[in-house]
Design a protein around this ligand. Structure first.
Ligand code: ATP
Length: 306
């Protein structure tokens, strides 16, 4: 079966349609299309340089695509959005580095009070204190022990929880988490992923979870997009793609996942890179032919080497 299709799901908050991004001669994104829908997460997976962060920055409107269309609640965004302020409130990001994303000069309370005041116009000081306490508790932090602390007094995991609370403070509908656990100790990565999965459920968030670690996708995301050299090469329901990968690059990523005792690490070894080069030679970079291999399971058709 062949289809010029992408994982279209009804009621998308965000939709990317055939997005390209060139940096001079570097074609960072080539025809990327997917949707983010409430209460569901999509994992964007691939090796360093495949275009994941560029995608995130375009969704957060920190960067503009060279081509293609970006939709927000069914309306195409061209240039400055009519309601840019609303868009920027509704689309929040959690960054990779929990250390540099908090201001060392301010307490946890301050970090949460500002977005609450800006976007909710909270009433009294008591209301605000209550909101801060509720937010901290919702991300698994003890309000009384945390609110007056400065970032350097917190662990990496606690800081990332504060970052997640800060993103939630403005009641977003979309959360973009760009490698949110890659700088954290392996022992707490799963806790943060569990937290992201929970806040997605509780807040009905449309989530983009970006990772180089395909093994973690199933912890957070119902859907997965595997990227290779700026292109989507395989996508669909996470469980299906992980249990029945059809594209050689997805298979390669899965083969680099070590056994269950170290589930949150993938390879970056010379052997992995050598195999990635072999896969690269199998992929026709400009291939636009998409093959549907299951109800919600697609791969980019392989080309002839060279
Ligand atoms: N501002 C820029 N100027 C020039 N090239 C860029 C710029 N931003 C990204 N690129 C290039 O675009 C490609 C995609 O980069 P991107 O950061 O999106 O990849 P990534 O998958 O997020 O990688 P990583 O996991 O290392 O962050 C890379 O070749 C990168 O060098």
């Amino acid at each position: 079966m062949k289809a010029e299709a992408s994982p279209v799901v009804a009621e998308a908050v965000i939709r990317l349609e055939d997005i390209t991004r060139n940096f001079g001669p570097v074609r960072a994104l080539k025809g990327v299309s997917f949707s983010l829908v409430p209460g569901r997460a999509l994992a964007l997976v691939g090796e360093s340089g495949c275009g994941k962060t560029t995608c995130a920055r375009i969704i957060a409107r920190l960067d503009k695509p060279t081509g293609g269309r970006l939709f927000f609640r069914g309306q195409e965004l061209r240039g400055e959005a009519k309601d840019e302020h609303r868009y920027r409130r509704e689309v929040q990001m959690v960054f990779q580095d929990p250390f540099s994303s908090l201001n060392p000069a301010f307490t946890v309370s301050h970090h949460l009070a500002r977005p609450l005041q800006l976007h909710r116009q909270s009433g009294s000081g008591a209301d605000l204190a209550g909101e801060i306490a509720r937010l901290l508790a919702s991300v698994g932090l003890e309000p009384d022990l945390t609110r007056q602390k400065f970032p350097h007094e917190l662990s990496g995991g606690q800081r990332q929880r504060v970052n997640i609370a800060r993103a939630l403070a403005v009641a977003p509908s979309v959360l973009v988490a760009d490698e949110p656990t890659s700088m954290l100790d392996v022992s707490i990565r799963k806790d943060i992923l569990d937290l992201l999965a929970r806040v997605k459920r509780e807040n009905d968030l449309a989530m983009l979870y970006i990772t180089h670690d395909i093994a973690t996708a199933a912890h957070v995301a119902e859907e997965i997009v595997v990227m290779f050299a700026g292109q989507m090469v395989e996508w669909g329901d996470t469980d299906t793609v992980l249990s029945d990968p059809r594209h050689p690059y997805t298979r390669l990523l899965l083969s680099a996942v070590p056994d269950g005792s170290r589930p949150f690490v993938t390879g970056g070894s010379a052997r992995f890179l050598e195999q990635a080069e072999k896969v690269r030679s199998l992929c026709r970079p400009e291939s636009i032919v998409i093959e549907q291999v299951g109800p919600n399971h697609f791969i980019r058709a392989l080309g002839v080497p060279g």
